[in-house]
Write a protein that binds this ligand. Structure first.
Ligand SMILES: *[C@@H]1O[C@H](CO)[C@@H](O)[C@H](O)[C@H]1NC(C)=O
Length: 222
């Protein structure tokens, strides 16, 4: 028995020594970048936010109200995303989770985008959605797609480009949880064709195999 627990201890300490080394990495960034400053006076972010004294915390630090309300989806793509992340619920800081409500108009869509810091799990609350994500180049840019009805759930793995389109005859609503307090969003069309200042049209023309005039037309839209 003594021998057994000794060797068990030995294995445990070996694991403790080797395992952290094997998986060690910087903590995931919780913002797009973090410019180092020498004085905390301007240091607003510390891998997220500074922490409030826990003794001063209240229930309201963990509370948000408003996801019961439908939002207008009258923009060009026909959707409206209401985010509930660390910026709405300060108590989410460091907890690695957040939520969105997405309203889709008739023929509306949440256009191809990625969350640099989160996997997303989505549930349809109302309507019918065509959803999908595309794997990375290494995995052959495979499209995984599905038609979802009320109560159906679909997962978009972290970092992969994904979309949802309302293919029903009326408005649609979905809720989604994301595995970051601040998942970030990169909308492909806006990022590529709507950057500020614009990317040189010749660069995008070659990248997308278009002529520069087509690129400039797209840049004018976004
Ligand atoms: C989404 O809804 C909010 C709240 O009603 C509104 O202020 C905002 O303009 C809407 N956004 C879009 C993209 O329609």
């Amino acid at each position: 028995m003594a021998m057994k627990s000794l060797s068990f201890l030995a294995i445990l300490s070996l694991l403790a020594l080797t395992f952290p080394l094997a998986i060690a990495s910087d903590p995931s960034p919780l913002q797009d970048f973090c410019i180092g400053v020498n004085t905390p006076a301007n240091g607003v972010f510390v891998n997220g936010k500074f922490c409030k004294d826990p003794k001063l915390a209240t229930a309201d630090d963990f509370f948000f109200s408003g996801l019961q309300n439908a939002r207008p989806a009258t923009n060009a793509v026909g959707s409206n995303v209401t985010a509930v992340n660390v910026n709405q619920i300060p108590g989410l800081n460091t907890l690695g989770i957040s939520l969105v409500r997405i309203d889709y108009g008739v023929n509306g869509q949440n256009p191809p985008h990625t969350h640099p810091r989160a996997t997303e799990i989505l549930v349809v609350h109302q309507g019918t959605l065509l959803v999908g994500f595309v794997t990375s180049n290494q995995d052959g840019n495979r499209l995984f797609t599905k038609t979802l009805n009320v109560g159906d759930v679909f997962v978009f793995p972290e970092g992969l480009i994904h979309f949802q389109a309302n293919i029903g005859r009326s408005a649609a609503v979905a809720f989604a949880a994301l595995s970051s307090q601040n998942p970030g969003v990169i909308t492909i069309a806006n990022t590529v064709f709507g950057s500020n200042p614009p990317i040189n049209p010749n660069v995008l023309a070659k990248a997308f195999q278009l002529n520069p005039k087509m690129v400039m037309d797209l840049q004018a839209i976004f």
